[in-house]
Design a protein around this ligand. Structure first.
Ligand code: FAD
Length: 528
């Protein structure tokens, strides 16, 4: 996947959700663009098969970033899957299309991200979408990102929705239009994963490939800054070092873990900590890597009589059905249904999500339960906790240090919201619709009946929902890393455009917002 090599107007680092949109947008606008990606091209057939997503985690397409021991999670170390392939995390994610709500984006603007309000973001998200259900006030058609209904949700997922109805949670058709429970809409085209590479890069290479060079297997180690201006990037390919020069701008799209780490290695970070690592200081920027936010998920796992994904990966008929008709369990995105809820009437928008996964799923699927089952997770959508991404060493081959800060907010609000969410999960598991299907409680091994047991469960099982943001926060204050035009404060010709710039995590899943940021970044660079 390469176009012509040579000199470039712009160098984009990272071919993920945002980076594919940035590079394609700039090349379409007439610029010569180099898109540099550490991972391989997206050739592995498993990348296209939705239900294989979890098989890709912790393999060659995943950075598998270890966290520091987490005090809020009983001192456990988590491992964060992050995509390391053309398409980035959109190539290994669960394909859920959940935009976030107006209050999120108006909150961004109010927090100093001027111009990133709900009206603007709705327009961008609308423009992204090609929703198979047709256009309404809440969804778009004709855009690059294909959004489809699920083709073959599992029976236990449908039972989850029945259980929601039984509890009085409205079961709705379009969760962007109404609050309640619904089958998840997915980024697929005819039952095949539709990544950011499919949406932006592949068409751009077909149309303007002479201006767009994609280099894979090339890890950027730092941005080269001369006289206060980014002039290119240094990259590592095997044992070799090379500088790729940008006559225009460098745009970092390496994601919420790698972009702040790249800034630190380029001398943009907290000066005292950079010096302690032996790194030069270009700009003393204490905000780089701070403000890490993520959605924490805690699942309750039950064994069911049938109706889940169990055995689908070993059944040749399942693969045949996918290959021939793009139907059957192989089209499952794992996160098949959701419910968006408010834990109190005072909440301005949903603050907790429940997620139904038609499989017993714990620790990113690494704990195996060889049986049919269902996992219902509660997720805190508006975390108060903040974490931090820093460097443990200057060596670019060492992973950044990630301290997520989960459940560490001083007021304990996150854990309270989680407990309320888990109480609803318990209630769902006790309904006629679901309870009748449950053969065995797996995790926890018996119903958790009081708040102390629910808190203990949350700490023992809490894990990332894979949505880190905020580590290169956009804003107008002194600690903001980028301004509302995504320019890194203190360095000319350098921007960040990915999930790391979100001032506050959205009450949705982060892929849509990350892509929208990429689209807008291309317009901002083009207009400069
Ligand atoms: C397992 C998983 C499941 C998820 N499920 C969902 C979901 O169902 N719905 C949803 O909306 N969101 C989901 N997300 C989150 C969503 O996919 C991400 O928020 C989004 O993809 C982030 O986009 P990004 O552009 O910021 O970063 P990424 O898409 O992660 O892209 C960063 C790219 O930069 C590359 N890179 C990093 N460092 C370097 C370097 N030094 N040199 C060169 N290249 C580099 C990476 O290899 C990667 O390709 C999930 C994420 C994961 C990991």
């Amino acid at each position: 996947m390469t176009g012509e090599r040579g000199t470039y107007d712009h160098v984009v680092v990272g071919a993920g959700s945002a980076g594919c949109a940035v590079a394609a947008g700039l090349a379409r606008a007439g610029a010569r663009v180099a898109l540099i990606e550490a991972g391989p091209p997206a050739r592995d057939p498993r990348l296209g098969i939705p239900a294989m997503a979890a098989d890709l985690w912790f393999g060659r397409h995943d950075w598998a970033v270890p966290t520091a021991p987490q005090p809020g999670l009983d001192g456990r170390v988590d491992t964060w899957p992050r995509g390391r392939v053309v398409g980035g995390s959109s190539a290994i994610n669960a394909m859920m299309w959940v935009r976030g709500v107006d209050a999120d984006y108006d909150g961004w603007a109010a927090a100093g991200a001027t111009g990133w309000d709900a009206t603007t973001m709705r327009g961008l998200l609308h423009g992204l979408e090609d929703d198979e259900r047709g256009a309404t006030a809440h969804r778009g058609v004709g855009g690059p990102v294909r959004v489809e209904r699920q083709r073959d949700p599992r029976p236990v997922t449908l039972a989850f929705l029945d259980a929601c109805g039984e509890l009085g949670i409205p079961v709705v058709d379009d969760y962007h239009a109404e609050e309640g429970a619904a089958l998840t809409m997915v980024t697929q085209r005819r039952g095949r994963r539709w990544s950011a590479a499919d949406a932006f890069l592949v068409p751009a290479l077909a149309d303007v490939g002479d201006r767009l060079t994609v280099r894979t297997g090339a890890t950027v180690s730092r941005v080269v800054v001369a006289h206060g201006r980014a002039v290119g990037v240094e990259l590592l390919t095997g044992r070799f070092r090379e500088v790729v020069r940008a006559e225009g701008e460098v745009i970092l799209c390496a994601g919420a873990v790698a972009s702040p780490a790249l800034l630190w290695r380029s001398g943009v970070g907290p000066a005292d900590e950079l010096r302690a690592l032996g790194l030069g200081v270009v700009v003393d920027a204490p905000g780089v890597g701070a403000d890490l936010q993520d959605h924490v998920a805690s699942g309750m796992v039950v064994g069911t009589a049938g109706g889940s994904l169990h055995g689908a990966d070993r059944d040749p008929r399942v693969l045949a059905s996918w290959l021939l008709r793009r139907r059957g369990p192989a089209t499952s995105n794992l996160g098949e249904a959701l419910a968006l809820l408010r834990t109190s009437e005072d909440e301005p928008a949903p603050d907790v999500e429940l997620l139904a996964i038609p499989a017993p799923m714990l620790d990113h699927g690494r704990t195996r339960f060889p049986r049919h089952g269902l996992t219902v997770a509660a997720i805190v959508l508006v975390p108060e906790s903040r974490g931090r991404v820093t460097l443990a060493a200057a060596d670019p081959r060492r992973p950044p240090r990630v301290a997520p800060g989960t459940f560490e907010d001083p007021g304990g609000v996150d854990l309270r919201r989680m407990v309320t969410g888990l109480r609803t999960v318990e209630a769902l598991l006790g309904t006629r619709a679901l309870g009748g299907r449950i053969e065995e409680r797996l995790v926890p091994s018996a119903p958790a009946t009081d708040d102390a047991a629910l808190r203990a469960h949350a700490r023992a099982t809490g894990q990332t929902l894979y949505h880190p943001v905020g580590t290169c926060r956009m804003g107008s204050d002194d600690r903001a890393v980028v301004d509302p035009a995504l320019r890194v404060r203190g360095v000319d010709g350098l921007r960040v455009a990915d999930a790391s710039v979100m001032p506050r995590i959205v009450r949705g899943h982060t892929n849509a917002a990350a892509m929208a940021i990429g689209v807008r970044a291309a317009a901002l660079v083009g207009a400069a």
